[in-house]
Design a protein around this ligand. Structure first.
Ligand code: NAP
Length: 326
């Protein structure tokens, strides 16, 4: 495992973090609590020290499972937790609410569900255009100064929104989507974060399993699994992405003797991202963690990736389908 110190904080975290959206079950066709806890323990055993969750993941369930897993594992001082704020839900419908009142109430719910006294990294989950960014930032800065959260991040924000936010509070992290198939953040978010010392904790390293090396055209998605309405997983486009994944896997094997999954995560880390989030809900899925840290990519790899993507993915689409309604 590699570890990174986050500037202007007392945080040092693993460069691969476990994402626990699927462990909450909602939008992933359900999940098993014991398996979720075992997955978190497997990640910690492999050297991961940062677990990412959110209240909306299973409407409190993911946070509760993370809390139970932490309690059973012990060593709270070695594990860092990031969670989020500013999404409300009613009857399964999600909406944005980054008002100070919601933030002040939600932090108490998250602390209780997680069973902790302080949240290590607290993210605004999605920008809320109804509330001035400065007001949201000021509310989070108050939480930071009170010690309820140790540092603050924003997720799915663009640079202008981050700029407004930074006027009223310290911003340590930005959490945008990023993987071999979803590269929008390279244009403006990455340079902005580098310029202003905001650490990147990017999400979706495996592109919802497309880059796991085990995805095929016959994989069936059940219940509320988001991949049933993810435009990447609809033919004929799904075929293009699977073709690209196959070509990338062949390249990774030939050049590095690696499978696609470690190659995909290494690629994210080697773009200058501080932390790559990788989601999972079964302990066996954590096995490849050990394969990520004994090689580095070169210019030839970056060129090959660009060539393979251009060759196979002629009708690309981003992750915008995931955005909650404005
Ligand atoms: P991801 O890392 O791109 O993909 C995760 C999925 O890949 C898993 O649920 C699993 O699906 C499959 N997988 C994982 N390891 C595997 C392995 N070893 N072999 C085969 N398949 C494997 O996706 P993500 O969960 O969307 O993103 C990661 C995390 O980022 C989330 O959990 C969450 O914490 C965070 N996130 C944040 C936002 C935001 O708005 N801030 C949005 C999305 C995600 P199956 O179990 O179905 O096979």
């Amino acid at each position: 495992m590699e570890y990174v110190h986050i500037p202007d904080t007392d945080l040092t975290v693993s460069r691969v973090a476990l994402g626990t959206w699927a462990i909450g079950g909602w939008m992933w066709g359900g999940s098993d609590e014991r398996e979720g806890i075992a997955t978190i323990h497997a990640a910690l055993d492999a050297g991961v020290t940062l677990i990412d969750t959110a209240p909306v993941y299973g409407f409190g369930r993911s946070e509760e499972i993370v809390g139970k897993a932490l309690k059973e594992y012990g060593r709270r001082d070695k594990v860092r937790i990031s969670t989020k704020v500013a999404l409300a839900w009613k009857d399964g419908q999600v909406s944005r609410d980054a008002s100070p009142a919601r933030i002040e109430a939600e932090v108490e719910d998250s602390l209780r569900r997680l069973g902790v006294e302080t949240i290590d990294i607290y993210f605004v989950h999605w920008p809320d255009g109804k509330v001035p960014f400065e007001e949201t930032a000021a509310a989070l800065e108050r939480l930071r100064l009170s010690g309820k959260v140790r540092c603050v991040g924003v997720s799915n924000y663009d640079p202008a929104q981050m700029e407004a936010f930074r006027g009223r509070g310290r911003l340590s992290f930005c959490q945008p989507p990023y993987n071999l198939f979803e590269r929008d953040m390279e244009t403006a978010i990455l340079p902005y974060c580098k310029r202003h010392g905001v650490a990147l904790m990017t999400y979706g390293a495996l592109c919802r399993g497309l880059l796991s090396g085990t995805m095929g055209p016959d994989r069936e998605f059940t219940g509320d699994d988001l991949r049933r309405f993810d435009p990447k997983f609809a033919m004929p486009r799904f075929g293009q992405y699977l073709g690209a994944a196959e070509a990338l896997a062949a390249w990774a094997r030939q050049r590095h003797g690696k499978e696609l999954l470690p190659f995909a995560v290494r690629w994210v880390l080697d773009q200058g991202v501080e932390v790559a989030l990788w989601g999972g809900r079964r302990p066996a899925q954590m096995a490849p963690i050990g394969d990520i840290f004994d090689f580095a990519l070169t210019a030839a790899d970056f060129e090959a990736v660009n060539r393979i993507l251009a060759e196979h993915v002629t009708d690309p689409v981003g992750p915008q389908f995931m955005a909650p309604p404005e």
